[in-house]
Design a protein around this ligand. Structure first.
Ligand SMILES: Cc1cc2nc3c(=O)[nH]c(=O)nc-3n(C[C@H](O)[C@H](O)[C@H](O)COP(=O)(O)O)c2cc1C
Length: 209
């Protein structure tokens, strides 16, 4: 089959105006909960886009770890490419796509780092092997498999079951300025609603699909 002939129908759900919450955080949390409850694959995976100092955008998948007062939470290595991009330009974009629910959410806003205490608490809640990997992996730097495995062994030998929280590993909250909900509908007449923050109020607009 040629790629040009590959199409899907989107007919599972709709998003009528009366289901929109005044605060987009409610609808956001509801869609994440539904993705989990309805067994969407990788329901908390989201694409994070950042922009490098030369203007080059990059996207990669990270995992949603909380929806808090301060914003949408994820964890990473602060020295990674994304960390360097965000240090230069804290504006970022998150994208969720749940194919089985025919839903997409785009979130634009600005990130800030979590406190060291919040990052350390979450770090220590992770499985031991993940903690060791976070210490051993200079994320986004060139390496070899052998160097990574050797570094893991060294860390295990040095710290046993209590590897310390590395300072260059932690969370970011993305505080949204814009959140767009997209629900696939029949005949490509999809439902799209854009929430735009004006100080503490949210304005809602339907957008043409
Ligand atoms: C399903 C999935 C989940 C991921 N979760 C994370 C995550 O929570 N944090 C993270 O730093 N990288 C995560 N990654 C790896 C990133 O996509 C990326 O490869 C890594 O963070 C390096 O990105 P960078 O070089 O652009 O900074 C995940 C990848 C996949 C496919």
């Amino acid at each position: 089959m040629s790629l040009a002939d590959f199409r899907n129908e989107y007919d599972k759900f709709d998003l009528p105006e009366h289901l929109l919450s005044a605060d987009p955080k409610e609808l956001f949390s509801q869609w994440v909960d539904e993705a989990i409850r309805l067994h969407a694959p990788e329901p908390t995976a989201m694409s994070l886009s950042t922009v490098a100092p030369d203007g080059q955008p990059s996207s990669r998948v990270v995992l949603l770890k909380g929806v808090e007062e301060q914003g949408i939470l994820f964890y990473t290595n602060y020295d990674s490419q994304k960390g360097q991009d965000l240090a230069h330009n804290p504006k970022a974009c998150l994208l969720f796509f749940w194919p089985t629910l025919q839903r997409q959410i785009r979130v634009q806003g600005t990130v800030q780092k979590t406190s060291t205490a919040v990052s350390a608490d979450y770090f220590h809640s992770r499985p031991l092997a993940s903690r060791i990997s976070a210490l051993a992996s200079p994320q986004s730097q060139p390496t070899t498999r052998a160097a990574l495995e050797e570094h893991c062994d060294q860390i295990e030998a040095q710290y046993g079951e209590h590897p310390p929280h590395p300072e260059n590993w932690g969370g970011y909250y993305l505080t949204p300025t814009h959140i767009e909900f997209w629900q696939g509908r029949t005949n490509r007449l999809h439902d799209r609603f854009l929430y735009t923050r004006h100080e503490s109020q949210w304005q809602i607009q339907r957008l043409a699909p």
